[in-house]
Design a protein around this ligand. Structure first.
Ligand code: PMP
Length: 395
């Protein structure tokens, strides 16, 4: 069969190959990017799906508006307002996960040969999606405070990209958090160079101690002209359930109009049943308590992972302890002539029945082969300690 030329820009991810190995009996996996299913509010969602069918039986089982189900949009607007980013109904659309929002952005904006800038490292699916639409994906350097804004400005001037994609809060895979000062600079750059900045924010609520700085969306009201050049992707996946496949896209009116058009002939509408269930759930006001619980459990696991990495792997690794999210981004230092190649290390680790993800595929350019990503979300404290002991044996 002759497949479309656009597929030549994509490859099955190295991560998928690794995932094939994860079925090994007894393996401890830090490789996934899934939330802990033990933390899903099953009772709350069961009650919400019953409520949804009681209140909106027709709407919940019928086709729906491409823009999203009204009662859910009201709840998302309230949720966003609580985070200092009030939204009107026309400011956003509901999407089938935030991943669909990213796909719609790519579909609406990228002409083959266009350049886009992402963080190095960044979310792999975004790199793949933008490449599928023919983008040349350029990588901007980051540190523990997120993207380096001077370097970003230079890259914008040099490449005149169609868009800049950032995960400012607890990045996947970096765990990094863009500082308040840099957030303001990013918005100034968007307005000054008239380049669309896409803020992907699925992890902002998963902070451990202090809340993160306000999102770019919340800050955009203080930076004149920036809102016209900002898109924001939100998601219920990491705070409620990824199985619902519910996200949203905030953006300038023309972008939303085109996204709605493309969504019409893609999935027509996001599952009305899922939207009605989420609307009923958010109305029941159980989310704050559920998220508090997730934060508490993840904070304990992250603290444990940091402690175990320090005590068991010592100066063989370096990392910045994340203040939220789901990931540690760890570097092999090569101290005392030790291992520096995360791919070789991960292969030996799988033999010891522990898995994590080598970092190179997360870079659109200039891969750093010494890094790897570990998720603490789905392992209890005992398994974290045991898994890292196995990693020590694989060093
Ligand atoms: N963006 C980032 C940075 C992610 O890590 C993920 C999920 N792993 C997504 C988007 C997609 O999430 P959703 O379930 O909302 O489609």
């Amino acid at each position: 069969m002759q497949f479309a030329q656009r597929l030549q820009h994509c490859e099955t991810s190295a991560i998928r190959e690794l995932f094939k190995l994860l079925g090994k009996p007894g393996i401890i996996s830090f490789a996934g990017g899934f939330p802990d299913p033990g933390l899903f509010d099953v009772d709350g969602l069961r009650a919400a799906s019953v409520d949804a069918l009681a209140h909106w039986p027709g709407a919940a089982l019928q086709y729906g508006a491409t823009e999203g189900f009204g009662p859910l949009k009201e709840q998302i607007a309230l949720y966003s307002a609580n985070k200092s980013a009030p939204l009107q109904e026309q400011d956003f659309i509901v999407t089938t996960g935030s991943q669909q929002a990213l796909d719609l952005i790519g579909k609406c904006l990228i002409t083959p040969g266009d350049k886009v800038i992402v963080e190095g490292p960044t979310f792999l699916a975004t790199i793949q999606c933008f490449r599928l639409y023919g983008a040349e994906v350029i990588s901007a350097p980051i540190d523990e405070q997120g993207v380096q804004v001077d370097a970003l400005e230079q890259l914008i001037c040099e490449h005149q990209p169609k868009l800049v994609y950032l995960i400012p809060t607890f990045g996947n895979p970096s765990g990094a958090m863009l500082s308040l000062e840099r957030r303001k600079r990013v918005l100034e750059l968007a307005a000054q160079y008239q380049v669309l900045v896409v803020e992907d924010d699925p992890y902002g609520d998963l902070y451990f101690d202090a809340p993160p700085p306000p999102s770019l969306l919340a800050l955009s009201k203080d930076v004149p002209g920036s809102r016209d050049w900002l898109a924001h992707c939100g998601s219920l996946s990491k705070i409620l359930s990824p199985g619902l496949r519910l996200g949203w896209l905030v953006g300038p009116p023309a972008l939303l109009a085109n996204a709605v058009m493309c969504k019409q002939f893609s999935d027509a509408n996001t599952s009305t049943y899922a939207q009605a269930t989420a609307a009923a759930y958010l109305q029941s006001n159980r989310l704050p308590q559920a998220v508090t619980q997730v934060r508490k459990v993840y904070a304990e696991r992250a603290a444990c992972m940091a402690e175990q990495l320090r005590t068991q792997l010592g100066d063989a690794v370096s990392f910045v302890q994340p203040g939220g999210g789901m990931f540690f981004w760890v570097r092999l230092t090569g101290a005392h002539g030790g291992e520096r190649d995360a791919t070789a290390f991960s292969q030996r680790a799988v033999e010891q029945l522990v898995a994590f993800v080598p970092g190179a595929p997360f870079f659109a350019e200039n891969p750093d082969a010494s890094c790897f990503r570990m998720s603490f979300a789905t392992s209890d404290l005992e398994r974290i300690a045991e898994g890292i002991a196995r990693m020590a044996r694989a060093l």
